[in-house]
Every structure is written in structure tokens, then in C-alpha cells.
Design a protein around this ligand. Structure first.
Ligand code: C5P
Length: 228
């Protein structure tokens, strides 16, 4: 149906920013507000999908009536996403996942001490969940029909930014990539955004600017079109 193009489809959406603990009270985090992911969850639900939201830290509440799992760290988001992907038609990785986490988590609050050197934080790499989702689908021969990645890129020109996004789409192996051109107070924490949707199978990227709700509806329309 035109009004419910995702009726009967199971859509998993990750949203927000992970927090990587340093000690019981401190973490490494990022500026993701979760607004785009929540807008996507709302748009997918409005399109008839059964939505599962995997929410890391968000400044906004999850949408009413959407099944939501809360996670904190990249590793927690990873288990939740790999598990949910097994029962999904579409996975949309809108979360800002930390690329690195502290190698060690102190069991007690790190103290400042006059008689000791200042602490040095060693970071280790987090797994790339999007790449793992693609790999899991490839290895098992089953899985979501559509895996959607996000990229926040900066660059000197629109052409540069689109080129970085094209390379990221290739490297990650996902089916669609949503590009946010970051900068000029766009994107993080804002209500307005500009996105381009790149397709693995080529074609011209489609660009939309407007509210995050409008962008979400455009992304969900592309997803529905891609599912056929
Ligand atoms: O490489 P970059 O962080 O720019 O890629 C962004 C995309 O990859 C987003 O869809 C994000 O959710 C996903 N990602 C991930 N695991 C990571 C880092 C990013 O799935 N460790």
C-alpha cells in the first residue's frame, strides 16, 4: 500500500552515541543526540514497519510505542545489533559508535594524586559493527535484505564529501549509505539536516535538506523503494 510501504517488514534502527567507560563515573562519549535515529524509527513505524530501536545515549526520548533496547557501550550495541539483525529485513546503523574504547576500565574512580604521574589513557579499537553485519550476512547467506550505513563527512567541496562517502560505501559493503555533510552547525544536535543517499548499485545520489523528520521520511522512502 502506498501509505504503508513497509507493512510487515522488521526494521532495526540503532541510534544515539555510545559511551565508553573510563571508571565508574567517567566515560568517553560523542555529540550524537539520537534525533535522526528517533526520527527514522518514527518514520519507519508510520510506514507500517515493526520497529526495534537500539538506543545508546540520546538527548531525546524514544518514540512512543516503539520497542526499544537501551545500550551504553559499542560492545553492548554490537551484541544487540548482531542479534536483532537475525530477525530483521532492514538494519539502519544511525548510531554514532565510538571507534575506540579505553583499554582498561578502572574499578574505582581515578584519583588525582600529587605524588603520582598524571594518568595516560590507552585506547583500543572497537569492532566496526556495520562491517560485521555485512560480513555476517555474507557468511551465513541469510540476513537483512538491506543494511544501511551512515557517514558524517567534512571536506572542502561537495564533490570531495561525496567521493569520501562513495569510498565508505565500498569499504563497508552496505547497500545504502546516508551521508551527512557536517559543519556550519549542521547535523549534531540540530533539528535540521542535509542528507544524500548513495546506492551501492550506483546511480546519482539523492539529496534532501529539511528537518530530521523530513530526512527520515526520505530515507525510509528510499529503503521501501530498494526493498521493492
Ligand atoms: O567509519 P565511520 O564511523 O564513519 O562509519 C559510520 C557508519 O559505521 C555508521 O553507520 C555507524 O553506525 C557505523 N559504525 C559501526 N561501528 C563502528 C563505527 C561506526 O557500525 N565501530
Amino acid at each position: 500500500a502506498a501509505s504503508a510501504p513497509l507493512l510487515g517488514k522488521r526494521v532495526v534502527i540503532t541510534a544515539g552515541g555510545t559511551r565508553e567507560p573510563l571508571d565508574p563515573v567517567r566515560y568517553l562519549g560523542n555529540r550524537s543526540s539520537g534525533k535522526q535515529g528517533v526520527a527514522l524509527a518514527r518514520a519507519a513505524a508510520a510506514a507500517g514497519a515493526e520497529v526495534e530501536l537500539i538506543a545508546a545515549h540520546m538527548d531525546v526520548a524514544p518514540p512512543e510505542g516503539v520497542k526499544t533496547a537501551r545500550v551504553e557501550t559499542a560492545l553492548q550495541l554490537r551484541s544487540a545489533a548482531l542479534d536483532a539483525a537475525g530477525r530483521a529485513d532492514v538494519v539502519i546503523m544511525a548510531a554514532a559508535v565510538a571507534d575506540f574504547r579505553p583499554a582498561e576500565q578502572a574499578r574505582t574512580k581515578i584519583k588525582k594524586r600529587d605524588d603520582a604521574a598524571d594518568p595516560v589513557i590507552t585506547l583500543v579499537r572497537n569492532p566496526d559493527i556495520l562491517q560485521e553485519l555485512v560480513q555476517q550476512r555474507r557468511d551465513s547467506g541469510t540476513g537483512p535484505a538491506l543494511i544501511v550505513g551512515f557517514a558524517a563527512e567534512t571536506g572542502d567541496s561537495r564533490g570531495d564529501v561525496l567521493e569520501y562517502a562513495r569510498q565508505k560505501l565500498e569499504r563497508k559493503g552496505c547497500d545504502l549509505l546516508v551521508l551527512n555533510q557536517v559543519g556550519q552547525d549542521l547535523v549534531f544536535g540540530q533539528d535540521r539536516t542535509a542528507v544524500s543517499i548513495l546506492h551501492r548499485n550506483g546511480g546519482e545520489p539523492q539529496t534532501f535538506s529539511g528537518t530530521k523528520d523530513e530526512a527520515a521520511r526520505a530515507i525510509i522512502a528510499s529503503v521501501a523503494e530498494e526493498l521493492g
